[in-house]
Design a protein around this ligand. Sequence first.
Ligand code: ZN
Ligand code: FE
Length: 261
Amino acid sequence: MVNSRLVPLPALSDNYIWVLHNASTAVVIDPGESAVVEQYLEDQGLSLQAILLTHHHADHVGGAVALHQSSGAPVYGPATERLPICHHLLSEGDTVQLPDFDLALDVFDVPGHTAGHIAYYGRPAGSPPVLFCGDTLFAAGCGRLFEGTPKQMLASLGKLAGLPADTLVCCAHEYTVSNLRWALQVEPGNEVLHQRWEAAGRLREQGLPTLPSNIGLELATNPFLRAREPAVAESAARVAGHALESELDVFAQLREWKNNF
Ligand code: ZN
Ligand code: FE
């Protein structure tokens, strides 16, 4: 079995369109535009087997119709969101079977950024597990709460945080450096966070993606997964100007803080 390749195609202003492929077959996740994907498929001699969508925002679905028309590949997406095209409506517990690709992806409901946001998780041949989480979990951050509550987002992130530590986190934006700049304000004493800041800065200087991340690194550095850490809770309370009683209170304050950072 040829090892899978996982490629983030830069698109739009700061999106990544993920392509997972073997020697002949590809799956694309959140194609906000079609041309960059079509070019990559052509260059690599790949046929597109599936188009996966995580949520309805235009920067994630904008290329889906054109890609379906040029490839014939079916579109998979969240059951409860309005999408420009979707052949397979998915929600938690569903599995996307990709037999030609030797892969099955589990679907999770991860509401918060949007009400119907889903994520895809699977174990490609010759690769650590992969997670396609759209705008839910970012490197050192999480999505803004456009259609959901802090409580929903905390629960959604909790599902993802429970995946194996080596799971590759394939999120849809290059926000890492600005997220880390904020995370260092939240937790200045976190040595792993400082190392990550240096590493991410070096990658961006070379024009390289900082992604994929992995769950273990997020657990160690992402403030939104660390609301129970005393140092994180103390920083959130300082910014709030009052004591915060619960993990959820801390999480909500962190999200508010980041919105205004
Ligand atoms: Zn979005
Ligand atoms: Fe987005």
